[in-house]
Design a protein around this ligand. Structure first.
Ligand SMILES: O=C(O)C(=O)C[C@]1(C(=O)O)C=C[C@@H](O)C=C1
Length: 376
């Protein structure tokens, strides 16, 4: 039997030979890209890829054939990625998404709920020179922006305890709006009731459907009945209007003070690290120099392994995926739209090459936003 070190030397030699052949194959891919750029031909040729895989792996023993096919496929994908990047270098106008430089200074900013809502606080933090206006529902926020009544809508998209706000994601696509800004706010809920109420008087709590699960332990420890209302500040307003000591609201301190309520308990969320991310949406896709996140929505073809291929492609461009979730496609049962956030700026060559590739190869893709997450 040979020494391990001796076998390893042979492996090194084989790897070096593969490296030379890989570089040669990639230089051929570059040549193909240049030819295709002239004739405006598509890069992705699934039939040619299938032919390569079938012919080159023919006659191999089954177990190794599977491994060789995977090696071939990964080389062909590298070739495609290299070609997209090269074509964009030669013809930058092929980039299919055109963000505006910057957002025109907004005059009207809408949020859902009533004054004192966390969404109002987020709107003021994002646009300090605007006086935010409230409408009753998220759908009305989106409608107002689409119809030009508002320049900007501020809505929540995710909470670290309660998760994604699915309805907002559905509205983003339904109303064809874009994410331009993002703001993360620490959320500390309090229990608020009409003046003179004691904790033991409270039998029911009302709040937003996302705020109630954030305070699950507190609600069950005190054996309270949970009632959903449209907004945390609306909850505070309801408690004030009803004047009933058995009903309390889970809301912000600001909302409790605004509606003249006593704060019976503070920081009642289960997780002390409780944060919500809000977004500002408008009719325009923008990309500012400081933006370091892009969000896309896409459909995948009905075939095995396609989602993992998309995620792998993102990684191949040296880009980090930061979030992924899916929503059902209402008109196609058991099919999904995927939402992915990743790092980078839409002016980066790697980001543009990735988006160009996904645009060419997926049945549907939309860049739904470009924004900045501070402290990176
Ligand atoms: O033959 C082509 O048209 C190529 O672009 C080359 C190549 C490959 O690397 O083999 C790459 C992408 C295509 O989808 C098919 C094949």
């Amino acid at each position: 039997m040979r020494e391990l070190s001796e076998i390893r030397q042979d492996i090194n030699r084989v790897d070096s030979a593969i490296r030379e052949l890989f570089l040669l194959r990639m230089s051929l891919a570059l040549e193909v890209a240049k030819t295709k750029a002239q004739s405006d031909d598509k890069i992705y040729k699934p039939d040619r890829e299938a032919e390569i895989v079938e012919k080159r792996s023919a006659g191999m023993e089954e177990e190794l054939q599977l491994k060789y096919v995977s090696l071939l496929q990964s080389m062909i994908r590298a070739s495609r990625e290299y070609q997209y990047s090269e074509i964009l270098r030669q013809t930058p106008e092929k980039f299919p998404f055109y963000p505006a430089e910057t957002l025109a200074k907004p005059k009207t900013v809408f949020y859902q709920g009533v004054p004192g809502a966390y969404q109002e606080l987020a709107a003021r933090a994002l646009f300090p020179s605007c006086e935010p206006q409230n409408v009753p529902t998220w759908e009305q926020v989106f409608q107002s922006v689409r119809d030009g009544k508002a320049d900007i809508g501020v809505v929540p998209v995710e909470n670290t305890t309660a998760g994604t706000v699915s309805e907002v994601y559905d509205l983003l696509l339904d109303y064809d709006l874009y994410i331009n800004r993002s703001y993360i706010k620490k959320i500390s809920h309090c229990l608020a009731a009409v003046p003179g109420t004691k904790l033991e008087d409270v039998k029911r709590v009302c709040s937003h459907p996302h705020a109630l699960p954030q305070c699950h332990s507190f609600i069950s420890e005190h054996d309270l009945e949970a009632i959903e209302v449209a907004n945390t500040a609306i909850a505070a307003q309801n408690v004030q209007k009803k004047g009933d000591k058995s009903l309390a609201a889970i809301c912000s301190q600001e909302a409790a003070v605004r509606y003249g309520l006593d704060i019976l308990a503070e920081g009642i969320n289960d997780m002390q690290h409780n944060e919500t991310r809000f977004i500002a949406v408008s009719k325009t896709l923008t990309c500012q120099p400081e933006d370091n996140r892009i969000e896309i929505a896409f459909h995948i073809p009905n075939a095995s392994g396609t989602l993992i291929t998309v995620l792998d492609t993102i990684a191949h461009y040296g880009i980090d995926m930061t979030e992924i979730h899916s929503r059902p496609l209402k008109d196609s049962p058991w099919c999904y739209v995927f939402y992915v956030d990743f790092t980078g700026n839409m002016r980066d060559h790697a980001v543009q090459s990735l988006l160009y590739q996904l645009h060419e190869e997926l049945p549907y893709i939309k860049v739904i936003g470009s924004y900045c997450v501070p402290n990176e």
